[in-house]
Design a binder for this molecule. Structure first.
Ligand code: SAM
Length: 244
């Protein structure tokens, strides 16, 4: 039996309304994740309360960085390097009007996501197996999203090159960074500019019910990304564009 006391407290703190159905989806998601985690590496965190804080509440803390009028739109969202579904799946549970693409380069994780999102009855969710730097060059995915989210994938300069090509002009990349990531974000300034982005906000706060300092780096897409990006041959990761 899942005790939702901490989860409810955190959701209240984030001023996020919830229904019993949403909580029940989180329970099922938790049960499947822990079950599959026994045979495949999905998460290091398996204790329910910790999952509530470090996965659910951290994921939905995105509400700190966007206005309700933006959040409530039927946004086209891509989660790059989603892993076991973070932050994309909790976001989809709380913002069912979003059309969301969950992207990961590890096929086994994508298979898990296909199964669990079907079991949860989530519609308008596509799980895709591939590398961001390859998909971001394809016309079907390039500049097709209002919002790109990404947590714990790579440093900001590399991440910008992987993610901003997906974002339509006017949309945004929101990178989940730790509160002490200012230097990392600063050294990504050139990459952000070259990909057609502008740093709009660094929303810093403590994740509810924890002492974990989070920074949501909001990069607005202000111009189309040059066709030469993202670069091939592993360059976004191995030779990131650094500097001011
Ligand atoms: N975002 C999840 C989270 O916060 O729990 C997972 C983080 S995990 C540390 C990083 C994930 O990014 C892995 O599942 C990995 O397979 C995926 N990944 C790394 N590089 C990628 C790339 N170039 N394209 C797509 N996925 C990638």
């Amino acid at each position: 039996m899942c005790d939702d006391t901490v989860l409810k407290q955190g959701l209240d703190e984030l001023m996020l309304d919830y229904t019993d159905e949403q909580l029940s989806k989180l329970h099922t998601y938790y049960e499947r994740m822990v079950e599959v985690n026994k045979v495949m590496n999905l998460t290091a965190i398996t204790e329910y309360e910790e999952v509530c804080v470090k996965h659910w509440l951290d994921s939905v803390s995105l509400v700190k960085a966007l206005l309700p009028k933006e959040l409530n739109k039927p946004l086209r969202v891509i989660d790059v390097g989603t892993g076991a579904g973070f932050p994309g799946v909790p976001l989809k549970i709380f913002f069912p009007q979003w059309k969301i693409m969950l992207l990961d380069s590890l096929g086994k994780r994508v298979k898990f996501l296909e199964q669990v999102t079907t079991e949860l009855g989530l519609t308008d969710v596509t799980c895709i197996h591939g590398r961001a730097e390859e998909l971001g060059r394809q016309p079907d995915y390039r500049e097709k999203y209002d919002l790109c989210v990404s947590r714990a994938v790579t440093k900001m300069a590399s991440l910008t090159e992987l993610c901003l090509p997906f974002v339509a002009v006017g949309g945004a990349l929101i990178a989940y960074k730790s509160a002490d990531s200012d230097a990392e974000i600063n050294e990504a300034a050139k990459a952000i500019r070259l990909m057609g982005g502008t740093i709009e906000n660094r929303e810093k706060f403590t994740v509810p019910c924890s002492d974990y300092g989070r920074c949501l780096a909001v990069v607005r897409k202000t111009a189309s990304t040059d066709r030469k990006y993202p670069r091939g041959g592993g360059k976004p990761m191995n030779a990131p564009i650094l500097g001011a």
